[in-house]
Design a protein around this ligand. Structure first.
Ligand SMILES: Cc1ncc(COP(=O)(O)O)c(C=O)c1O
Length: 377
């Protein structure tokens, strides 16, 4: 039987009637306000050339890893790169995964076991929620970025339970951040282990783009997830933590064990992108663009429609899938690559246009974008 069953077909038809059908589009040459290439590293020529040189130097002129890391795929660039990453982020150890999605679904179910309790932010990324679903732990949402709600929930929890708190340092669909110092204080007070996903903070915030966790507070974090497909402009992710944690994951994390390792080329690109972070001025320019974008919100008196954000992700709420899609289309017709974020990806009536800012966006482009937005709204 090659046909979809009735239930699946109905679900697909529901997407059509909700104006939320997803389709694979094509890449475009419009002005980029939607890619995750925040500091332009995907097109960085020095990273590209240095990667090829590193492969040559290590005599790794091969196309694939040939196996999982525990079988034949653990080529020499893994140790070089993981050591570099651990030092860069002031942690004992780093473990590279094939993607951020795989890191989250590999970490959470391996670590969080039966009768453990997970508290997670209600807006956490799909990969975190999927990881929680795959685990045998009990899980409870807390209100978005609300340390008050989290504290209330923690205070009612069995003191003998093993507790995990999972959240993001910059939210992918909102661009906002929790109060990390309060999270650390709470995790200490309630003996909870804190897991932070830094996908959209790494490469943007902190010294040399290390993220919102740095050498002064990294000791308090149980595990950190950083991804390389966003600001680093390449592919993959890493989990940062203690030697014991990494050793445990090598033994029990299914998405690390049962998948083909990244190719030497992918790992070499990660290594060279890290080295580029030590040299680049792109992060400073991105920060200037974030400040300018925020000042334009005020000049055009649109600040109240935007979600408050100091990050490279900026969102304006336009309620309803149909309406927000129409607004995105208008901007695209005027040369801007801007994407509509629809429900159910975000809650109903919180549909939004999401603007990703980059070091290579100009003030002129940003001002023009606001002029169009003002007209549209
Ligand atoms: C917070 C967060 N975590 C994890 C991921 C997944 O990362 P990757 O694209 O490397 O699978 C994303 C991607 O959008 C994300 O936003």
């Amino acid at each position: 039987m090659k046909h979809l069953d009735k239930k699946s077909l109905e679900k697909l038809n529901q997407r059509i009637s909700d104006h939320s059908l997803r389709c694979l589009g094509q890449t475009s040459n419009l002005i980029d306000f939607s890619s995750n290439d925040y500091i332009g590293f995907s097109k960085n020529k020095r990273i590209y050339t240095n990667t090829l040189n590193l492969l040559e130097k290590n005599n790794l002129k091969i196309n694939g890893a040939t196996g999982s890391r525990l079988i034949t795929g653990n080529h020499s660039l893994y140790a070089l790169t993981e050591d570099y990453i651990a030092k860069f982020h002031s942690v004992e150890k780093a473990l590279i995964y094939t993607s951020g999605y795989n890191a989250n679904i590999g970490l959470i179910p391996a670590i969080c076991q039966r009768n453990d309790i997970i508290f997670f932010d209600e807006f956490c990324h799909a990969s975190i929620r999927e990881g929680i679903l795959l685990s045998n732990a009990k899980s409870f949402k807390f209100k978005h970025n609300s340390t008050k709600d989290l504290k209330e929930k923690l205070s009612k929890t069995d003191k003998n339970a093993t507790i995990y708190i999972v959240t993001e340092t910059v939210f992918s669909m909102d661009g906002d951040s929790p109060n990390i110092e309060t999270l650390i204080t709470l995790s200490k007070a309630y003996n909870a282990r804190l897991i932070l996903d830094e996908a959209h903070a790494f490469g943007i915030f902190g010294e040399k783009g290390c993220g919102l966790i740095n050498s002064s507070n990294s000791e308090a974090i149980f595990a950190r997830i950083i991804t390389f497909g966003k600001a680093l402009g390449c592919h993959g992710a890493a989990i940062l933590g203690s030697k014991d944690l990494i050793n445990y994951l090598v033994n029990f994390s299914k998405s690390l064990i049962y998948t083909t390792a990244l190719s030497p080329h992918s790992v070499a690109t990660i290594y060279e992108a890290y080295r580029e972070l030590e040299l680049t001025a792109a992060i400073n320019q991105l920060k200037k663009n974030i400040v300018f974008f925020n000042s334009e919100k005020e000049r055009f008196q649109l600040q109240n429609q935007f979600i408050e954000s100091q990050s490279a992700i900026q969102c304006i709420i336009i309620k309803g899938n149909k309406k927000v899609k129409k607004a995105a289309l208008k901007l695209q017709e005027n040369g801007f690559n801007v994407k509509a974020i629809l429900s159910p990806t975000v809650p109903k009536n919180e549909e939004r246009l999401r603007f990703c800012l980059h070091n290579y966006n100009t003030n002129k482009e940003i001002s023009l974008l606001f002029l169009l937005l003002k007209k549209l709204l």
